[in-house]
Design a protein around this ligand. Structure first.
Ligand code: HEC
Length: 366
């Protein structure tokens, strides 16, 4: 697989290290973010008032999920945005219509630009819209961990791009809060990007790796042996419901487990811990779903090149640089969402009833 693609802009922006300084003062950060929590909880929205979704919202969602699942070769991006905007005009209180505009813009930034579907000159605009939409959605659904997490990532990206410390602090607070609400899902997002951008011997990199390990601890429901992180014993815990569903494959993310282990394996390779990396990479093969994963060959390539990749993954890359999937950490490529989300979800899973039709009833999705 020698496809050359443009490096993902989003996470390189996060990489501009203003953020690192923020991280150095946890006590101060805690105090400041506490203030923001108060400030942001002013909107009193009675969520019981929210009624059935409009037809336009449900139709827009169908197109949206085709985009995230990689159907139609991603060509429907403009249509998705158009339909979501129309649905938003029809019902401005529909939380997931608003949030999905945010997600579509995050997708444009992380994948769309690299594959020529979205425009590089609009990169800043995509982050700005994403931040605005996730802010709006999270005022309506303040405890929706996924919206809060993505609000955080978009603020960290926008804060880094515009050198806005205030936004970086708020963004980090949002990410932290999403971890409190749903650790099985949100530890991942706190690591993804930071692991690729931070130097391998920096505290930021160590911290990112720690978030991946903690994902495994909360998913296994016990501290995992970091010397031999074989996930096989925990496979019987597989589920589609409750907080643990974020640990497994699902209709939303049909290759979540496979993508996660490839991504975490890359970080361990970068750390130079090739023994653990080998076991982590092989964990991606534990579910039957592995056989239909579009990125199987990429995983095999990672396993064969474990030693060479230590140095490769430590090399810095810059915005706009052409990158090769085989030698680049996933977050910096234009499969940074597809690695978990691309695939024929309907073939392997039933769409949960809280996706689409009744989405507004699920402010906390479990
Ligand atoms: C490691 C795998 C992984 C990666 C990489 C990943 N996601 Fe996800 N994503 C998940 C999981 C798991 C969930 C939670 C699913 C659930 O709610 O059960 C999720 C949830 C979502 C949702 C849910 C929204 C809803 O309405 O339910 C959207 C949209 C989404 N991700 C978009 C993205 C985008 C855009 C990217 C790239 C910037 C991305 N994801 C990267 C695994 C991943």
């Amino acid at each position: 697989m020698k496809s050359f693609i443009l490096v993902s802009i989003l996470f390189l922006l996060v990489a501009l290290n203003a953020f690192a300084d923020v991280r150095l003062y946890p006590q101060q950060l805690h105090e400041i973010t506490h203030l923001y929590d108060i400030e942001e909880s002013h909107d009193d929205v009675d969520t019981n008032d929210i009624s059935e979704r409009t037809k336009a919202a449900r139709k827009a969602d169908q197109e949206f999920w085709k985009l995230i699942h990689g159907e139609n070769n991603y060509k429907n991006f403009d249509k998705v945005i158009h339909k979501l905007n129309k649905a938003h005009i029809k019902d401005p209180s529909d939380v997931y219509t608003i949030a999905h505009i945010g997600w579509a813009n995050m997708w444009a930034l992380s994948e769309g630009i690299g594959i020529g579907i979205a425009q590089q000159e609009n990169a800043l605009l995509y982050i700005q819209i994403a931040e605005e939409k996730f802010s709006q959605a999270s005022r309506l659904a303040p405890d929706e961990p996924r919206i809060l997490g993505f609000l955080g990532y978009s603020r960290l990206a926008l804060g880094a791009a515009t050198q806005n410390i205030d936004l970086l602090i708020k963004g980090q607070a949002n990410v932290n809060r999403s971890i409190d609400l749903w650790p099985e899902w949100a530890h991942f997002g706190a690591a993804y990007g930071q692991d690729a951008s931070a130097p391998y011997n920096s505290p930021q990199f160590m911290q990112a790796l720690e978030h991946y390990w903690q994902t495994l601890d909360v998913c296994a429901n016990t501290p995992i042996d970091r010397g031999n992180p074989d996930f096989f014993p925990y496979i019987p815990q597989q589920t589609l419901v409750g907080p643990d569903r974020a640990c497994w494959d699902s209709w939303i993310a049909p290759y979540n487990l496979e993508g996660f282990f490839l991504i975490m394996g890359d970080s361990l390779v970068k750390a130079g811990n090739t023994n653990a990396a080998f076991i982590i990479y092989n964990n991606a093969k534990l579910l039957n779903n592995y056989n239909s994963w579009p990125f199987r060959d990429l995983l095999e390539n990672r396993i064969s090149n474990i030693q060479n990749n230590i140095n490769t993954f430590r090399q810095p890359i810059s915005v706009g640089q052409a990158v090769d999937l085989e030698t680049t950490m996933i977050v910096n490529t234009s499969i940074s969402c597809a690695i978990c989300h691309r695939g024929d979800a309907d073939k392997y899973f039933e769409r949960p009833d809280w996706v689409g039709e009744n989405a507004n009833e699920y402010f906390r999705p479990f």
